[in-house]
Design a protein around this ligand. Structure first.
Ligand code: F6P
Length: 521
């Protein structure tokens, strides 16, 4: 990469792209303009444009579940003319958005009252996976826009410590629970929702339930069976995948926190990225480029993971959000037609905010035996007024990508140690430890500031990146059969732990663990 930069002073301009309020610099990768041309040709050969158009048109591209994939319709304008199985998609989407607007206004203004007549102060979202990671990440990312009276809490884990910690903090008279589940059957969510309901009834009144429990789901019958009036249910549809659902009523906590107008800006930011993705030439198309660079690193340079490094404290949950988005979507080993893949698919996604990661695992990124590409993400303007901090933050962000790219050669290290007055023997011993191989790939994504609109565009960028990669690998990015096996086995084991009859067909390890737990319970 050092040579490529030296050879072409215009490399940064050539290998960067701007769209929907975001700027992507992909020049610090081990590729040239020709590599991109060839990767774009590969994308065309794999039918990327046709697949993309099929998704936007509502075709049932989620073939193993026979479903359309229409999260883009959730952020499309009211006049989008699209029917799926007879459903007026935009009509239904905007009817729910209007209800969300009305509801959030009532709660935020204090007109919505709890059973003692007080305004709501605490919102507890009970959900897991896509019904948790997106709302939690976005509420935190946009916390500088949040309503001062409302505190948001998120309970996801079946581990009772999660719910218990929240229940200890909140007052039943001023707390609203949102039970968020696409299916309304997910074990963790249902158990937490039942426990929250029991806690509420033991502190409040049964008549108060409608003021304190609302649901977000596609499953009206199950919501009714749980005891929530459908009037307090915000629906969405089977063509919204869980990990793509933040734009639907699953985003209710976000709308409550930042207000409905800003939630609309969040949708508009994503929509601007959709427009770009569906119209820009592939060579200048940000999600396409980000996806293809990822394919290059994964399939041509054998990089097994991708580290996400937001240089913004408020994006500290973004790596976790992307783990589900990327790994649940493209963590697949067979292609659409069921044949085993002949290429590697999704890398492992992980990361943490800069500068924290620098003092933890960046050592491995600089000098470890694996080459791990990094996506740096930063906002040019901060949301705080503390002097000096932001320049220090950005300086570190840019310095890290420079260091990954340049490294430090034997000659450079030797010259440095000589200046320090070391003997030749000392230099020889230290030299290999002080050399940085460099030539390590990274992308940098910049935005003016972290706002509802830029966050919307950023999430949509990664959604479409995942789509692009799914098409190139030939996998179905929209199912998740891999989570089923463990769920089924857990049901049997739970019966055994509770001493109930169950088919005991385990190996000695699983039997041993169950026995130890039974002895302790
Ligand atoms: O188990 C995986 C999964 O199905 C995710 O895809 C989904 O986001 C999560 O569970 C929660 O599902 P639900 O919203 O139906 O409770």
């Amino acid at each position: 990469m050092r040579e490529l930069f030296a050879r072409d002073p215009d490399r940064f301009n050539q290998l960067s792209v701007e769209a929907a309020g975001l700027f992507l610099d992909y020049s610090k990768n081990r590729l040239t303009g020709e590599t991109i041309e060839l990767l774009v040709a590969l994308a065309r050969e794999r039918g990327l444009e046709q697949r993309r158009n099929a998704m936007f048109a509502g075709e049932k591209i989620n073939s193993t579940e026979q479903r359309a994939v229409l999260h883009t319709a959730l952020r499309a304008p009211r006049d989008l003319a699209l029917r799926v199985d007879g459903q007026d998609v935009a009509g239904d989407v905007h009817a729910v958005l209007d209800r969300i607007g009305h509801f959030t206004e009532q709660v935020r203004s204090g007109q919505w009252r709890g059973f003692t007549g007080e305004a709501i102060t605490d919102i507890v979202n009970i959900g897991i996976g896509g019904s948790f990671l997106g709302p939690k990440m976005a509420c935190h990312a946009l916390r500088s826009f949040a309503h001062p009276r409302l505190t948001m809490h998120f309970v996801s884990n079946v581990d009772g410590h999660d719910l218990d910690a929240v229940l200890q903090k909140v007052d039943p008279a001023t707390t609203m629970f949102i039970v968020a589940s696409k299916t309304f059957t997910t074990l963790e969510t249902m158990m937490n929702a039942q426990s929250a309901r029991a806690w509420f009834l033991s502190h409040g009144t049964p008549d108060g339930l409608p003021q304190h429990f609302v649901a977000v789901s596609t499953n009206t019958e199950a919501v009714k069976a749980f005891g929530i009036d459908p009037a307090n249910m915000f629906p969405f549809w089977d063509w919204v995948g869980g990990r793509y659902s933040i734009w639907s009523a699953i985003g209710l906590p976000v709308a409550l926190a930042i207000g409905f107008e800003r939630f609309r800006q969040f949708l508009a930011g994503a929509q601007a990225m959709d427009q770009h993705f569906s119209t820009a030439p592939l060579e200048r198309n940000m999600p396409v480029i980000l996806g293809l660079v990822g394919i290059w690193n994964r399939n041509f340079l054998d990089c097994a993971s991708l580290s996400i490094a937001p240089y913004h404290q408020d994006l500290n949950q973004f790596p976790g959000y992307l783990q589900q988005l990327e790994m649940e979507s493209n963590g697949k080993r067979v292609s659409m037609d069921g044949a085993e893949l002949r290429t590697l698919s999704c890398p492992a996604i992980w990361g943490d905010v800069g500068t924290n990661g620098q003092h933890a695992y960046f050592q491995l990124l600089h000098q470890g035996t694996d080459v791990i590409p990094v996506d740096f993400i930063a906002a040019l303007a901060p949301a705080h007024l503390l002097p000096g901090h932001h320049a220090a933050l950005l300086a570190n962000c840019f310095a890290q990508s420079e260091a990954f790219m340049r490294g430090k050669t034997v000659e450079e290290v030797r010259a440095e140690l000589q200046v320090q007055g070391m003997t030749e023997q000392q230099i020889k011993a230290l030299l290999p430890h002080r050399v940085f191989p460099g030539n390590r790939p990274s992308n940098t994504i910049l935005m003016e500031a972290l706002t509802p609109a830029t966050l919307g565009a950023l999430i949509a960028l990664y959604e479409h990146k995942v789509f692009v990669q799914g098409v190139l690998w030939g996998v179905n990015s929209f199912d998740q059969w891999g989570v089923e096996l463990g769920k089924v086995l857990a049901k049997n084991i739970q019966l055994e732990l509770e001493g109930k009859p169950s088919p005991k067909l385990h190996d000695s390890s699983t039997n041993g663990l169950i026995a130890r737990a039974r002895a302790a319970l």
